[in-house]
Design a protein around this ligand. Structure first.
Ligand code: NDP
Length: 780
């Protein structure tokens, strides 16, 4: 036999990783696992089996948490939190470092246990999941060390409830626990029912590392246990999983004051241009959709390939698919392991079998005779609206279609309710970097896919959820401003029966799309001074007016695309023009509120406009050094159209304080003016009209906050809703926002000092922007 023949006929022999150590660790717990609460394992109780999906064998018996278990885990976390926070950043950094070291020392045990429990190939758990988990603890040990210097004025949230899925059990645990602990929080975490074992091994590691009792608590069980955590006395919920459950959690926490971050599903486009290196793009697809059997929230599951190369590309892809090896996950030469559970495999099969469109190609791979497997599958020629192009399959199934032009690629890519990730393949840097900002996705990989790192923020747009994990932006989800907030009581409008002092009728209008508009309903109400004199009439806006305003805001497409320099100039001009009418505004404010703070308020409003004019061209993105052949750009993008219920107590300054950061960052706004004192806002549109603010960028409505809030919150084309109203609208807004999972920022019935530091700064700029992480090849 010649060497050539040997090469051509060579096949893989079995290369099994030993499971002995992991099985021995499991054998130590043969009477079952309890929960890890307050530093020790509870006695095992009634529960369920955890099985190896590769062969169906029972690996361990786990305990289903009861409400009492969850209560005691939360109580332990609560009791430990003060001391853990007071330990200080450097003190906590040592503990995180110890955890990172122990994760390294026990890396192989973690990898094997993960593979046994989840079915993912050992190659992945050993080379990706576990090293990334270690990296997260190292990175956040650093964040803890630096917290006091880099996060002045911020402190831990308190107790965090964390709920994670089964696709990256240890990695998701690290993404949740490391930043929480670094910032001084304590946690109660629930792993997924299918895959709890590495979380329990991690609990063991916490003991070994000497982590103070109660800092990490782990409770096991099904979705009911998740619900119990959501309802428990915790300060924050961090969830990764399906959009459906994410939405339910948004509704369940509405109005509770609990902070929430959601990392949900995706249907991420994988875009191949005709000038791409096609073989690299094919290889990339192996990582995009067959990594972890496609059970990846950011999987490149939707292939969009340029028409001219599509046949060639599909041919190369099918050939590569036929080379994929599916089988025993513990075999080091296996590409695709087992699907996590028969329930998931059946769901994949059901979705694929119900499809009648396009052409289905199944890889030639031989599947093991038993165990939970599904073949790598490619379905091409689907229409954009097809169910398989829109819904997450969460398995090794790639669906695709073709496009002709870059703009068609953008349209197809963004034709989804999700917005988690996207890959762009092109050897032309202009094409690739032109696409990146146009894709609605929290993460964009250029000539790459599924790259993840602790330094690079990860998270979604649209129904893929909100909040970021990793990077500096990930820390805001685990901290809050220091200080005790004061309650805000409802501010009522003055009433009266005296006509205007000068007898002149002053009836304001709404301000929509750069024009003064009569209210749809045709109703208005009188605004009176403290002594009961009529100061003017304002319209009562209704849902139709909101719809018109949102449409006008969307029409102002040029604003987010305008240069920051231009936006700065407009804001300076607004400041200048307001300043020119300072006296008149001050008088109006004093008449409306009955206070004598008008002069100061106008001064502060002018100053605020100048502040955000200054920020407009200075809040840059930044570049993250990631340990891969590339850099990750953290780009700040505007959120979109923001609806704001403006503060009642500072009629002009409050409006300016929310409008200015929003428009400085390229958003368009629909502002519901101070309910009791709306005349400063209706005067302000004259300033807008004279300051070159493009039509539709700022829209001003007057009316009843409680009536306007539900429409704003439920509007599918509004991207974020903020409320600083003295009417407590937190529950209404957060519940309404669950529909399209829009971002919310509500005051939870607490006051804010608009004149002081609380009234401006980073918090506003952060809320007005979202980080898009763009991975770009760089260096060797
Ligand atoms: P879920 O969203 O149901 O589960 C995620 C986690 O939430 C699990 O720990 C689960 O518990 C828990 N949970 C379930 N219901 C509730 C609830 N009402 N309140 C609080 N917690 C709850 O995802 P699944 O695991 O069921 O997977 C279903 C689909 O979700 C997949 O097919 C896939 O499409 C998608 N998915 C997306 C992921 C992502 O990263 N974006 C990850 C996993 C799944 P339990 O362990 O009992 O299920």
């Amino acid at each position: 036999m010649t060497v050539k023949e040997i090469f051509e006929t060579m096949d893989y022999g079995p290369a099994p990783e030993s499971a002995a150590e992991a099985l021995a660790w499991l054998a130590e717990h043969s009477d079952g696992f309890g929960h890890f609460i307050d530093g020790s394992f509870t006695k095992p109780g009634a529960g369920f089996d955890s099985r190896n999906p590769a062969n169906g064998e029972v690996l361990a018996t786990l305990t289903q948490a009861t409400p009492a278990d969850v209560d005691s885990a939360v109580a332990a976390a609560r009791a430990a939190q003060g001391k853990w926070s007071k330990l200080g950043g450097p003190g906590r950094a040592r503990h995180l470092y110890a955890l990172a070291r122990l994760l390294q020392k026990h890396a192989r045990l973690f990898a094997v246990l993960e593979t046994l429990d989840n079915g993912k190939p050992i190659r992945e758990s050993r080379d990706i999941d576990v090293p990334l988990a270690q990296r997260h603890f190292y990175y956040h040990a650093g964040m803890a060390q630096l917290m006091e210097k880099t996060q002045p004025g911020r402190e831990a949230m308190g107790v965090c409830g964390q709920i994670i899925p089964w696709n990256f059990p240890l990695l998701m645990l690290s993404w949740k626990i490391a930043p929480a602990l670094a910032m001084g929080n304590t946690v109660v975490l629930k792993p997924a029912e299918y895959t709890s074992l590495t979380a329990l091994l991690f609990a063991d590691i916490c003991r070994q590392a000497g982590l103070p009792k109660g800092v990490v608590n782990i409770v096991t069980g099904d979705g009911d246990v998740g619900r119990m955590i959501v309802d428990a006395d915790v300060d924050k919920i961090a969830f990764t999983g399906s959009t459906e459950v994410g939405r339910a959690i948004r509704e369940a926490t509405a109005g509770s004051g609990k902070s929430l971050t959601l990392e949900l599903g995706g249907k991420s486009p994988y875009i191949v241009f005709e000038d791409a290196d096609l073989d690299s793009a094919v290889e990339g697809l192996v990582d995009a959709i067959w990594f972890n059997g496609g059970q990846v929230c950011c999987a490149g599951s939707r292939l969009l390939v340029q028409e001219g190369v599509s046949e060639d590309f599909y041919r190369r892809l099918r050939r590569r698919m036929d080379g994929l090896r599916v089988g025993d996950p513990l075999d080091k030469c296996i590409d695709i392991g087992a699907i996590v559970d028969p329930v998931q495999r059946d769901s994949i099969a059901r979705m694929v079998d119900s499809n009648t469109e396009g052409e289905t190609y199944r890889a030639a791979a031989t599947l093991p005779a038993s165990g939970c497997y599904y073949p790598p599958t490619l379905i091409t020629g689907l229409s954009p609206a097809s169910t398989l192009m829109q819904d997450e399959i969460f398995g090794p199934v790639l669906v695709g279609t073709t496009f002709r032009t870059p703009s068609e690629a953008v349209e197809l890519a963004n034709n989804t309710r999700y917005g988690l990730a996207a890959s762009v393949w092109s050897e032309n840097i202009n094409v690739a970097l032109d696409m990146a900002p146009k894709l609605v996705a929290g993460v964009v990989w250029v000539n790459g896919t599924n790259m993840l790192d602790a330094a690079a923020g990860f998270g979604g747009m649209r129904e893929s959820g909100f909040g970021r994990e990793g990077g500096w932006e990930g820390l805001t989800a685990y901290t809050r401003p220091t200080g005790k907030p004061k309650p805000l009581s409802k501010i009522e409008a003055f009433t009266g029966d005296k006509g205007p002092e000068d007898g002149i009728d002053r009836t304001a209008k709404l301000y929509i799309g750069g024009k003064q508009a009569r209210p749809d309903g045709g109703y208005s109400r009188g605004v009176y001074s403290k002594s009961g004199t009529l100061l003017g009439q304002v319209p009562i806006a209704n849902r139709k007016d909101i719809r018109n305003a949102v449409e006008a805001a969307h029409g102002a497409k040029g604003w987010p695309a305008a240069t920051a320099h231009l936006r700065a100039q407009v804001l300076y001009y607004l400041g200048e023009n307001l300043s020119a009418r300072a006296e008149e505004f001050a008088k109006r404010l004093d008449q409306m509120t009955g206070n004598r703070t008008g002069v100061k308020e106008v001064e502060a409003a002018v100053d605020r406009l100048f502040t955000y004019a200054a920020w407009a061209d200075k809040l840059d993105g930044d570049v993250r050094a990631v340990p891969l052949r590339g850099v990750a750009l953290a780009m700040r993008e505007p959120v979109g159209v923001i609806g704001v219920l403006c503060p009642d107590e500072a009629p002009l300054l409050g409006l300016v304080s929310v409008m200015a950061p929003a428009i400085a960052m390229g958003n368009r706004v629909v502002l519901a003016a101070s309910e009791p004192f709306p005349l400063a806002a209706t005067d302000f549109y004259q300033v807008l009209e004279t300051s070159d603010v493009p039509a539709g960028v700022v829209n001003i409505l007057t009316g009843n906050h409680a009536e306007l809030a539900p429409t704003l919150a439920a509007h599918a084309d509004v991207n974020a809703v903020w409320s600083f109203s003295s009417t407590d609208l937190a529950a209404t807004i957060e519940r309404g926002a669950a529909g399209n999972l829009k971002r919310t920022w509500v005051n939870n019935g607490q006051s804010r000092d608009w004149m002081g530091e609380e009234g401006e700064g980073q918090t506003f700029l952060d809320a007005a922007t979202e980080i898009k992480t763009v991975w770009v090849p760089y260096g060797a």
